[in-house]
Design a protein around this ligand. Structure first.
Ligand SMILES: C[S@@+](CC[C@H](N)C(=O)[O-])C[C@H]1O[C@@H](n2cnc3c(N)ncnc32)[C@H](O)[C@@H]1O
Length: 336
């Protein structure tokens, strides 16, 4: 298999500090001989660029960053699907099992976040099995609208036949860098008391969680966007006393690498050395729930300057990181 580094041989590294898509060259993005007096192109940085037929820039208007807005809308939609009475009835009737989560009538349940929630639910049930009256402290890094809370609450109630109840048994804290997402999260959970539900507005790797402050944590689709992906992940895990679930993009090489994905956001792909460092600095075992090659992903990203061969070496691990691997003996340990 070609290594990612080989794939990047033409452009050794993408330096985001200098990443500034130039206006399209007259001979490039603009159709030659366009009939109108001005041509408008929408560039990857979300701008309206008005260019004359001759290629001169007339006006450049930067649009506000819409990724927040789109992200928020998409995740509200997801949360509403989790609250769909038909989905709840399906889970109550068929159980919180991989088979019920593969039912084609509810395709959302087969996607990454619910699949990883199955892992964290196992850890949650273990903690509550030991002490049914307790409130398990859960930290969600990159929580968007806190839609994981809704699915976990439903799963917990269904898996325990109503014995456990999120309002009583969970203390949830969600962190996100997007104020818009958190405003939506708050509005959508306005009925929950502060001891059950809290939100933190912050960049994820800047957060300093006291050691073991949370029993469980999760970060799905976020650690690769942190300013300091490896350090931020280490801080998250050290703030977690029992188990954490992570979606972790990796490449088949020792060294991690920053890539530009289709929406031009920098994305860090972890390397083997990063994973070993995470193990060493957190004392946690990395257990594998699943591995999805990037090629098999339903939401494939398009990375700038990464060859087809190199793409084959990328994928996402669904990890459960734990302090006591014996408690999850069926899950294989990641070979780092
Ligand atoms: C792809 S969404 C993931 C949402 C959800 N966790 C899931 O399971 O699908 C990424 C979320 O992480 C947030 N995010 C991105 N970079 C972040 C950072 N550096 N610190 C904190 N949150 C961040 C975004 O605002 C967004 O809400």
């Amino acid at each position: 298999m070609a290594s990612l580094r080989q794939g990047l041989a033409r452009a050794p590294a993408v330096d985001f500090a200098e990443f500034d898509p130039a206006p399209p060259a007259p001979a490039g993005a603009l159709a030659p001989g366009a009939a109108s007096r001005a041509v408008m192109a929408i560039a990857a940085t979300q701008e309206f660029l008005f260019v004359s037929e001759a290629g001169a820039q007339i006006h450049r208007y930067e649009l506000p960053d819409h990724s927040d807005i789109l992200n928020c809308g998409g995740y509200i939609d997801k949360l509403l699907k989790y609250r769909d009475p038909a989905l709840a009835a399906h889970i109550r009737a068929n159980g919180v099992t991989p088979a019920a989560f593969a039912d084609p009538r509810f395709p959302l349940l087969a996607t990454r976040s619910p699949q990883i929630d199955l892992l964290i639910l196992r850890a949650l049930l273990k903690l509550l099995g030991d002490d049914p009256e307790r409130r398990v402290r859960i930290f969600d890094l990159g929580c968007t609208v806190a839609e994981h809370y809704d699915l976990l609450a439903l799963m917990l109630e269904a898996a325990s036949q109503g014995k456990f109840d999120a309002r009583r048994n969970i203390q949830y804290a969600g962190l996100d860098v997007s104020a818009l997402a958190l405003a939506a999260a708050r509005a959508l959970h306005a009925d929950l008391p502060p001891e059950a539900f809290g939100l933190i507005l912050q960049e994820g790797s800047a957060v300093r969680i006291p050691e073991g402050a949370y029993d469980l944590s999760l970060s799905i689709g976020v650690i690769h966007n942190l300013k300091e992906p490896v350090e931020g992940t280490i801080r998250l895990l050290n703030g977690t006393s029992f188990a954490a679930s992570l979606a972790c993009w990796v490449c088949a090489q020792d060294e991690g690498v920053w890539l530009t994905s289709h929406h031009a956001a920098p994305m860090y792909v972890f390397g083997g050395a990063d994973l070993r460092r995470i193990e060493a600095e957190t004392g946690m075992a990395l257990l594998v729930g699943d591995f999805v090659p990037e090629r098999a992903s339903t939401q494939q990203r398009h990375f700038a300057e990464v060859s087809e061969a190199a793409l084959e070496t990328l994928g996402c691990y669904h990890l459960l990181t734990v302090r006591d691997p014996a408690a999850f003996g069926d899950l294989p340990r990641l070979k780092t």
